[in-house]
Design a protein around this ligand. Structure first.
Ligand code: ADP
Ligand code: MG
Length: 368
């Protein structure tokens, strides 16, 4: 190895007299390393480089094969578990319910028992989870969601939604609190984490948010004149279109690129602020609409033959079904409750049709 010292001077230094050069302030020397490889070692090094390159190629092929196997195994696990799975999450009693002396619910791992007017009834689920006052969220709900996220990143369309009566904890499960982030913020974080460790593909993501309010579709990420929730939206009552391949698309729905978790959280919080909520007897901030968060996942394989795949992850916080007498809703709040009840019973028809693998699934009735 030969080390050369190159002293840098201004370009016109050559034209200066020796005296003026002496006066010229000396610049600090800049050192560079020049590696001179002896001729006889050149071939050896070139051989080494090409061996390493072919080893990398082999490892890439191996990684792709393992990745295919992993995807296949996950697909089989999810097939065995079922493409529609229902989990029951039982929240702790709220203060008012404790005062009322509400009947406790008991639960096994897949079954819950409740008392209705002196009679005991039981319900079966894929998994039942009882939440205690201080609950490790990751242990219960998110553990079930993680493989579903992996499946979405593998190219499958996935939908996770919370369904139940008003006040049962749907928004808490999907959105959570600062101390206990719910499924949506945790899923966003997990998508970026998984994409950063996946060497076989590169991922890009975009996000859309909409709400179904009184039978209308509203774009929650549409640009507005100011950031106020009561400001009229520029995109209201959007249309649903079915493309020639049978995919369902919401015409004109805003879609924002999300390059990292911080951006995704920023857009998600922004969309959430514009969602319709109001007060009822059973919930201080009752969601008056169905709120849908859609993540578009673009996956690019690393091979030459790799295609770009697009999949969608929907995370939905549904409005709660309501017994209008119990909620004490009046006027607009009562109309909202009616619209929610109607669309939820239509959703039940959709799920029943999907479960029975019927050729006609009545999707459109949900937006009645
Ligand atoms: P929904 O969206 O089903 O109408 P919310 O998510 O708004 O119901 O929950 C109603 C109330 O119950 C809220 O005050 C919420 O903080 C509380 N809650 C719901 N789930 C839990 C839970 N797992 N742990 C503690 N509090 C909860
Ligand atoms: Mg809610």
């Amino acid at each position: 190895m030969v080390e050369e010292q190159i002293l840098m001077r201004p370009e016109n230094a050559a034209n200066l007299s020796p005296d003026s050069v002496a006066e010229f302030p000396v610049s600090p020397p800049v050192y560079t390393d020049v590696v001179v490889v002896p001729e006889q070692e050149k071939d050896v090094l070139q051989n080494l480089i090409s061996n390493l390159e072919s080893e990398i190629k082999q490892l890439r092929i191996k990684q792709r094969t393992w990745d295919e196997k992993r995807r296949g195994a996950l697909r089989r696990i999810l097939d065995i578990k079922g493409s529609i799975r229902v989990f029951c999450r039982i929240r702790p009693f709220l203060l008012a319910e404790k005062r009322r002396g509400s009947e406790p619910v008991s639960a096994g791992s897949e079954r819950i028992w409740m008392k209705f007017g002196g009679r005991k009834k039981d319900f079966e689920f894929d998994k039942a989870m009882v939440c205690f006052e201080i609950e490790p969220f990751a242990e219960s709900v998110f553990v079930e969601v993680e493989p579903i996220l992996r499946s979405a990143m593998d190219g499958h369309n996935v939908c996770v939604f919370a369904y139940g009566q008003t006040g049962t904890g749907k928004t808490f499960t999907m959105d959570g609190s600062n101390e206990q982030p719910g499924i949506i913020p945790r899923a966003l974080e997990e998508l970026f984490r998984q994409s950063s460790v996946d060497n076989s593909s590169s991922f890009t993501f975009s996000m859309s948010m909409l709400e179904v309010y009184m039978g209308n579709l509203r774009d929650l990420l549409a640009p507005r004149l100011c950031n106020k929730a009561y400001e009229p939206m520029s995109k209201c009552n959007l249309n649903i279109q079915t493309d020639p391949k049978g995919f369902i698309e919401v015409e004109g729905l805003s879609e924002v690129p999300i390059s990292d978790y911080a951006k995704a959280r920023w857009w998600y919080n922004k969309g959430k602020r514009f969602r319709s909520t109001s007060w009822t007897n059973v919930n201080e901030a009752s969601s008056r609409s169905h709120c849908l968060t859609r993540i578009n996942i673009f996956r690019h394989g690393d091979g030459l033959e790799a295609r770009r795949e697009v999949s969608r992850l929907w995370m939905v916080d549904l409005g709660g079904s309501e017994r209008l007498l119990k909620t004490g809703a009046k006027g607009l709040t009562m109309d909202e409750g009616r619209a929610i009840n109607l669309s939820l019973s239509a959703l039940a028809d959709v799920i029943a049709a999907l479960k029975r693998k019927r050729c006609h699934v009545p999707y459109r009735q949900v937006f009645c």
